[in-house]
Design a protein around this ligand. Structure first.
Ligand SMILES: [Zn+2]
Ligand SMILES: [Zn+2]
Length: 121
């Protein structure tokens, strides 16, 4: 049976600001790995409650894509970037600044975020 990939990222939990570990895989894999990680790295106790907490944090892993060909530009750029939303956002902001002379501002990031589309797997 097809299983959706799940992802969990310690950065989503503000109390864990120092930890940036992200785990992705099938739900079972991610649950197992994050429980082990929570116990060994965050001093949690391996209880059914911890399992439930972690399960609530899981999100579907959705790959995003952005493609410069959607926005005809002076330099005829045809770069396409795909990956997790964070990866694409970071790379696209960098690319917009370096290749398209944009300024790296929170507004640029928001603009780009609006333009991301779900990638076909
Ligand atoms: Zn962590
Ligand atoms: Zn471009």
């Amino acid at each position: 049976m097809f299983q959706k990939r799940k992802v969990i990222d310690c950065r989503w939990d503000p109390s864990e600001s120092a930890c940036t570990l992200a785990v992705s895989g099938t739900e079972d894999e991610v649950l197992q790995a994050s429980i082990e990680h929570a116990v060994s790295a965050h001093g949690e106790k391996n209880t059914p409650e911890l399992r439930n907490d972690i399960r609530r944090y899981l999100r579907d892993e959705k790959r995003k894509v952005i493609d410069c060909r959607w926005f005809p530009s002076e330099n005829k750029c045809s770069l396409a970037i795909s990956g997790s939303e964070d990866e694409v956002l970071n790379a696209a902001v960098e690319h917009a600044v370096k290749s398209h002379g944009e300024k790296s501002t929170p507004e640029l990031r928001k603009e780009i975020q609006k333009l991301l589309k779900e990638a076909e797997d």
